[in-house]
Design a protein around this ligand. Structure first.
Ligand code: PGA
Length: 261
């Protein structure tokens, strides 16, 4: 597990985007696992810039998104389909048939979840999975109490997640209660995990994930079990780490570590 700390959100986003771009340049048909939410917006902006200014090529890339709200059709402005299209896909040269996002409106969720898992496997598995973290420590919508071996399925959102997400909806009653989400076990199978966190409201979850026990009460703590996981944090998100000086010292000394300010 590697921890990289940056003074500013923009720097964190650029460093994480460079990791993703390096993977695509090395393997043009890379399979990317993508996340939604406020945190990866800067990373997507940087990937779009690299596509436009540095010819970063997505034409052979395949993507799988982590999750979608149950009940929201793709055209709903708060759906993750809409988010991905607006913030990434419409700006890059990805083939529409290579994009995978869980369906929030399938008539058969069980069959859809099985198909999604099989499709990831058919595409050779995920090369790099981008993750955010909830203030309750979730990755994807694997809320506290989720099995650490869980697969793609329907999850009931926690009260904390519903509160966090109310800012995107006009009324709290409009926030969906269920989501279809990759499981913790699904995420752990990606060859590389890249978790981004920004802001003081993530500091406790980040400290629990990195320095707490591996526990279903903070599903992001499974990054401790993964052979190639990196956390990209801004100054505020790193604010409660006890070993912060040590991580910064490693980052400064380690050859090839993503540069910090
Ligand atoms: P956020 O969400 O990036 O909007 O804070 C992260 C998450 O809930 O995983």
């Amino acid at each position: 597990m590697e921890v990289f700390i940056y003074q500013k959100y923009a720097e964190m986003s650029q460093a994480a985007a460079k990791v993703v771009a390096d993977i695509i340049n090395l393997k043009p048909d890379a399979v990317l696992g993508l996340a939604t939410g406020s945190t990866p917006l800067g990373l997507y902006k940087e990937l779009v810039r690299m596509h436009k200014e540095e010819t970063l090529d997505f034409s052979h890339v395949t993507t799988f998104n982590l999750d979608e709200y149950v009940g929201l059709p793709p055209g709903h402005t708060q759906s993750y389909h809409y988010f991905m299209h607006e913030n990434l896909f419409k700006h890059i040269n990805i083939e529409p048939q290579n994009i995978h996002i869980p369906s929030g409106t399938t008539s058969n969720y069980k069959a859809f979840c099985q198909w999604y898992e099989q499709r990831i496997e058919q595409c050779g598995g995920i090369d790099v999975q981008i993750l955010g973290i909830g203030s309750d420590g979730h990755i994807a919508f694997n809320e506290p109490g989720s099995s650490l071996g869980s697969r793609t399925r329907i999850k009931t959102l926690s009260k904390e997640t519903i509160d966090d997400n109310t800012r995107f909806f006009k009324k709290k009653e409009n926030v969906p209660i269920y989501a279809i989400t990759m499981g913790v076990g699904t995420v752990l199978e990606a060859r590389k995990l890249l978790l981004l966190a920004s802001g003081a409201n993530k500091a406790k979850a980040i400290a629990d994930a990195i320095e707490g026990p591996v526990s279903c009460m903070c599903t992001a703590s499974v990054l401790q079990l993964h052979p190639d996981s990196s956390l990209f944090l801004d100054n505020e998100a790193a604010g409660k780490l006890k070993m912060r000086d040590y991580y910064e010292w490693i980052q400064a000394k380690k050859p090839g570590a993503p540069a910090s300010s």
